[in-house]
Design a protein. Sequence first.
Length: 135
Amino acid sequence: EAQVVRHLEIASKIRAGHGEDFPIMIVGDFNDNLLGHAEAGMILSRGYVDSVLALLENASLEDTTTFTYMNGRVVQHQKMDGILMPASQIHRIKYSKVMTYLDETQWPIGLPRTFGQKAQMPSDHNSVSAIIDIH
């Protein structure tokens, strides 16, 4: 929580010095599900939006999952990684997508549903890619 507050303070100071239109992004692995958890919700409740969700009206699990949590029989698909921007900057986002891993035929592997499937992936996170106009 302290890191979130600090990020928001820094972003506020930057915008105060450079204007409300100055493009700011908070990017990374938030180690928290951006969809519904308190710490991540603090950023989103302060007028920030996720770049992927900003462009999708009906996002599916496959559209948003960047991390699959597995504990015994429990499997949770979460959006832990993101590119967050002030809602007033949505017009700058030209493209944003959760990048899924591909098999040897270049077909998307999809979300892991078992430990075996997860072990075959190069990372336990899917990355987020975006094209953002900063001019």
